[in-house]
Design a protein around this ligand. Structure first.
Ligand code: PLP
Length: 463
């Protein structure tokens, strides 16, 4: 059997492709061997009865946990009885700020509320507009709405999956207060262009770095470039704690206020339990706990090396699949010096697969034992917006014409995002990128197998 080629030129790929029929015939002899662990692209796809690339449990488990190295401090916390915010939380905040090169860090219950607090304490309120890409997790938008502000959607650049800087200025109005730069999938936004636009129009920049731990732009960690950066430590994230979040910034006055707000409005630094201190501002309670911090400190130790592995494997996988017709992997902006790769994205162009639908492609990939998904649904068209606009608060805060959902939908159309969500995006999760080089080859082989046998797969899907 023809060995898998690491660097397939498009021509070589087509040559290989033309051997597909032969490959199917060969597969029937090779399957018989119990030693055939590395499935090559010449074999029959699993969805057509061929062997799958691997069992689902082959992938690195997530989150990772090593009792020997990770549990000591967690147990100390549990046995101490000091579970509310205290010195372990402070230690976590110091270490996360240091890891990013930020002056200050405040931990929070989760990433969603890190965004809620940051927006609130940047003074973004009723009547203010925040520019946000539609290609993101709901929390980017709901954190704007929770503050009574208005999300204005800016379409994405499909090559990078990020907010398209070229489309921002057209969306700025006298009400615009901020740009939310969401480093979605852990791939950095084009921050030079964002910051230039923000300076020109005197806008604040909130970085939603909830998927972008240790990602860098111009050697600077994302989350530390704008006015505030927000992180999530939810279980699936690259720094997993179950739940948790953080705000980072170099602005002391802002961070003092964020602290107050997350702790009932008590003055910055007020320790948990000191109820006799007066409240400076209207606040709420969104504190991180000592055991979350202890888990986070353990997880932080592996984040840097894991990030390096994800970057290497992502680049390698990209090189393996970029010449397959119909597969268009992510592009990074020139100034990106490190990705976080919370996800590995590519665009699936069904033209390259004889019009096999993305849904059927995903089914065939899953049959190979390669977990994958089509990613986000279009956020700018969902019912939560109408529901918010019909709320009592919004009806008091905004003129009627601003709450006309049809008009809003018309003004917030994002055709590139529609195409991405509804037709093209395919994701692999970050833990898959912690596998070996051979694993990356196997992912690529799975795609090639499907490509080589697309005629038969299409017949199957019609049945
Ligand atoms: C996960 C995530 C959030 C919210 O974080 P939680 O910790 O789940 O509340 C916000 N924005 C983006 C882009 C995310 O991926």
């Amino acid at each position: 059997m023809k060995p898998f080629q690491e660097k397939v030129s498009r021509r070589a790929f087509i040559r290989q492709n033309s051997m597909a029929g032969l490959g199917v015939a060969l597969a029937s002899t090779s399957i018989a061997s119990p030693l055939a662990v590395h499935i090559k692209s010449a074999q029959k796809p699993a969805i057509l009865g061929g062997p799958s690339a691997w069992a689902a449990d082959k992938w690195p488990v997530w989150p990772m946990w090593n009792p020997e190295t990770d549990e000591k401090q967690v147990l100390e916390v549990l046995r101490s009885g000091i579970w509310s915010r205290a010195h372990v939380v402070t230690q976590f905040e110091k270490e996360w700020a240091a890891a990013l090169g930020a002056k200050r860090c405040l931990s929070t219950v989760n990433g969603t509320n890190a965004l809620v607090i940051a927006i609130n304490q940047l003074g973004i309120q009723a009547g203010d507009e925040v520019l946000v890409p539609p290609y993101t997790f709901i929390a980017s938008v709901s954190s704007i709405l929770s503050n009574g502000a208005m999300p204005v959607f800016v379409d994405i650049d499909p090559e990078t999956f990020q907010i398209d800087p070229a489309k921002i200025e057209a969306k700025i109005t006298p009400r615009t207060k901020a740009i939310m730069a969401v480093h979605i999938l852990g791939l950095p936004v084009d921050m030079d262009r964002i910051m230039t636009i923000a300076e020109k129009h005197k806008l604040l920049v909130i970085e939603d770095a909830c998927q972008a731990h240790l990602a860098e732009y111009n050697k600077q960690k994302v989350g530390t470039i704008g006015d505030a950066g927000c992180f999530s430590f939810q279980n699936s994230k690259n720094l997993p704690i179950g739940e948790g979040g953080a705000i980072v910034s170099n602005n002391d006055a802002f961070m003092d206020r964020c602290f107050s707000y997350h702790n009932f409005g008590y003055a910055y630094g007020t320790t948990v339990g000191s109820v006799s201190t007066g409240c400076l501002i209207q606040g709420t309670k969104l504190r991180f706990t000592e055991y979350q911090a202890a888990i986070g400190l353990a997880q932080m130790k592996r984040l840097d090396s894991q990030t390096t592995v994800r970057n290497e494997n992502a680049a390698y996988l990209k090189s393996l699949i970029k010449d397959i017709p119909g597969i268009v992997p992510y592009k990074l902006y020139d100034n990106v010096t490190r990705g976080a790769f919370h996800l590995f994205p590519f665009r699936y162009k069904k033209e390259g697969f004889k019009d096999l639908s993305r849904e059927d492609f995903l089914k065939a990939m899953k049959a190979e034992g390669v977990p994958c998904s089509s990613g986000y649904a279009t956020l700018n068209t969902q019912p939560y917006l109408k529901d918010t606009f019909e709320s009592k608060n919004y009806r008091k805060m905004y003129p009627k014409e601003m709450l006309d959902i049809n008009k809003y939908n018309e003004q917030n159309k994002c055709p590139q995002n529609d195409k991405m969500c509804n037709e093209e995006a395919v994701w692999f999760t970050q833990n898959m990128l912690l596998g070996s080089k051979a694993d990356m080859k196997d992912i690529a082989s799975a795609i090639e197998k499907i490509h080589n046998n697309v005629d038969q797969i299409k017949t199957l899907s019609k049945k």
